[in-house]
Ligand binder design. Sequence first.
Ligand SMILES: [Zn+2]
Length: 576
Amino acid sequence: MGRRDQPSAKRVLTIRMSEPSRVRMSARGALVTLLVLAGCAPRGVSRPADPALAAAIAQGPDTPALAVLISIDQLRADMPERLLPRFGKDGFRRFYEQGVVYESAAYAHSATETAVGHATLATGALPRDHGIVGNEWSERGARIYAVDDAASELLGASGVGKSPVRLLVDTVGDVLVSERPGALVRSVSEKERSAILLAGHKGVAYWLDDGAGTFVTSRYYADRLPTWVEEFGHKHPAESFRKRGWKLLAPEREYAAPDDHAWEARGGAVLGTVFPHAFGEVTGEQYLHAVKSTPFGDALTLDFVRALLASESLGKDRAADLLAVSFASTDYVGHAFGPESREAEDNLLQLDRVLAQLFELLDERVGKGRYFAILSGDHGACESPEWFLAQGRDAGRVDPSALRRTVEQGLRQRFDVGVELVSDFVNPALVLNEQRIAALSLDLAAVEQAAVELAKTVPGVHAAHARSDLLAQRGPDHPFKLRMEQSTHPERSGHVYVVPKEHWLLATRPEKLTAMHGTPWPYDAEVPIVVWGTGAKAQRVRRAVDPRDIAVTIAELLKLSRPKAATGQPLREALP
Ligand SMILES: [Zn+2]
């Protein structure tokens, strides 16, 4: 019960007349050739119009064959900039030296999490419209994971099915497939939420499943796991990293960050806190999780992209396709060791090599001049609070269960009830038990406002806003209020939106989570946007832009309609 035809059914007719010379044919020449080819069908044989032919005619002759969107999970805007002199010339530097670099890019929403960021990158829309308000949320009393879908059984793994059914609007990939039947949209990530939201409703997503130890997909996309994906898995692609272990790429003296911070304990559970990191004896999901918390996670992602490009015909003809890749090890390393760690520094140096290999692969498989690539991130990150404290700066952790307890106890007193009125805390909001509040004949708005005031009394809380105020765009003003409003959905968002103070985390237990993101503070909201390969002149752009602009720009470059809910603007400096 695949949602539509097998995705790999690809155009019969290729129209690469000018290959391999890579000379761009003139518009007229192309059209003439297309018409000639179209007229070549045997007379009297009734056959359906070739979708690729129609697509190629629709898009015109000068459209790139492949759009590549690269999202690096937890890549704060300044991170690659700081390391530029130490990168090779063909990875990040290809973007930063040859591309259009937007120096002031920040998300316009406040819930700076992976699912939210990827949904925004793909749709050009705000969370209040695309509906992905968090990695998870509470809906009618139940916890919902952004891409869970029991009806879309996993192919190649066991566990809850996955699909994009909760994404409420179209992605740029959806528009591409609608307007150019036969166009391919493919996405790859270590995380299923990243792959699924980037692929949209009409693409195909592949992601790494910890249990399976390889890349998988779900029945939403196909009736069975494609043979090449199955074969990739049979080679146990993650096993080779065990022997190698994670060693520093460069000589030790070149690293700015110290190796052993007292607080970087989470990675230590399996990998230890100092180089070289060994995987020890762990197996199965524990091993895979450890692999993802090293640069090998991105290397594995690239291996899969290589297999994908060898097996499916992305960018092979002149009708445009879309490839989205989310590299997630930067996020796992950041959470485990902290963005301030030597591990994070080495991870980026190694990711630079992965990017260079990806460019090499695309040059070879798709062809120089036939694709463009956009680099961004789904959110930034904050160094761990313990790092700030070690430098004598204000920082800390707000324990979500303590926050919840304070609010709960205050509400019971205030409204003189003996039962719980707070039903959950789903980062970054407290969820009230609406049914119970109604049953007790209490006024929901009054309970919400009381909870807001109580939350503000908790040490480390910077601001708290009521959902009803955010939805109605009223209530006390605050510099982050617009971002909070733009993150708020009437059915999916919690009732009391909490923002921690600067450099404070809404998370406890450093042994589990060395560092975090998720707030509207600039360190979480600012990400790179660099556009390479469109023919635009290399330059640095200062004006404020927003990752919502990326989907709109891809639509513009591929001559498509903009995704309907998109509120971004084209990155005009990056247009040819
Ligand atoms: Zn993260």
